[in-house]
Ligand binder design. Structure first.
Ligand SMILES: [Zn+2]
Length: 339
């Protein structure tokens, strides 16, 4: 007797056979096709913005000339630049983010806090016992990742920047930055890729153009340099003649293409930095190299003029052009260029 609702075993076997012979291959072909399509799209994007095997050119030559400091933290490499000034570099993730610890006689600041993948406050505690507060050069995720580890947080008085700090960066939007070609070394022990996120923080201090941040015997001047983002700033250490540039300049492809870029502001900010070249000799950039001769700013100024005049060598993909220059590149949207 056959119970209602149950198939005889021979019918189940037949259905399984049909599934394996007819349905499964079609399903697998579909999955493979869509995966290939996705990879195709990502590869095309990556060649212009994220070249394949980008880490093969590491270590960048500048690092052999700098004094390396061992802090026992595998995710970061730390370099002493001048007295009481350290670059905290993340070489294993595509952004190659760099944060800077600047120590005065009374207090210290960390300029940007990197991706948040490593334990930044632990590294800093190996370098100073002074109270450390954060100064953000702007609100992009790869600069604010470890903000949550600190009590005092400053950023420029700009709505976009403040909002970015107040907004959680969700795990889903960070996944592509810690998978595939975005990393080339294991993530730090204890780091949980499945739950990692950048928690929201509340800025405790809002900065204006021309403000002086007094660290005791050492000051940092806030220079508003909108363009890469509306709230972008550079910080000038006049005494040591160094300028912390965030993403306004770094020796790599300058990001002048994302939605929050204002190209006219960006160009004006480069001119502003150029007009103050007599006050600094070296740039401490937000990515790649922590020690770049300041005169490159003149070349960036010329480069933007060239691009806007319709000149310069570039590669183009999906409305974005990468222009090639000596010591840096510029990624810019075609619609930003006046022809
Ligand atoms: Zn940025």
């Amino acid at each position: 007797m056959q119970k209602k609702g149950k198939f005889p075993s021979s019918a189940i076997n037949k259905n399984i056979h049909i599934f394996f012979i007819l349905v499964l291959p079609v399903f697998l072909a579909f999955v493979q096709c869509s995966v290939e399509k996705k990879q195709d799209v990502e590869e095309k994007r990556s060649e212009l913005i994220q070249p394949a095997k980008w880490w093969e050119k590491l270590p960048r030559p500048i690092y052999a000339k700098l004094e390396k400091v061992d802090t026992g933290q595998e995710w970061y490499e730390v370099y002493k630049l001048v007295d009481r000034t350290y670059a905290i570099y993340e070489p294993y993730q595509f952004e190659e983010a760099i944060s800077y610890l600047v120590i005065g006689k009374e207090k210290a600041v960390v300029i940007d806090t990197g991706t948040g993948i490593g334990d930044l406050s632990k590294v800093i505690s190996e370098l100073t016992h002074m109270p450390v507060s954060v100064v953000n050069t702007h609100g992009h995720w790869d600069h604010i990742g470890s903000n949550y580890q600190f009590e005092e947080i400053a950023c420029f008085n700009d709505a976009d920047c403040i909002n970015r700090l107040r907004t959680r960066v969700e795990n889903s939007s960070l996944q592509s930055s810690i998978t595939g070609d975005s990393i080339w070394k294991p993530l730090p022990e204890g780091f949980d890729a499945a739950t990692w996120q950048i928690p929201p923080v509340e800025p405790t201090m809002l900065l204006e153009d021309g403000n002086l941040i007094d660290l005791g015997g050492r000051t940092l001047e806030v220079i508003h340099t909108p363009g890469h983002s509306p709230g972008s700033i550079c910080l000038l250490d006049k005494k040591n003649r160094i300028l912390f540039t965030g993403d306004t300049f770094f020796p790599g492809p300058l990001y002048a293409y994302p939605e929050d870029v204002n190209i006219n502001d960006y160009i004006a900010s480069v001119e502003k930095l150029k007009s103050r070249l007599d006050e600094h000799d070296y740039l401490c950039a937000g990515h790649n190299d922590p020690w770049v001769k300041s005169d490159v700013i003149s070349l960036v100024s010329e480069a933007f003029q060239e691009i806007m005049a319709g000149k310069g060598e570039y590669k183009e993909d999906k409305g974005i052009r990468r222009y090639y220059f000596d010591g840096f590149d510029i990624l810019i949207r075609v619609d930003m260029i006046k022809n």
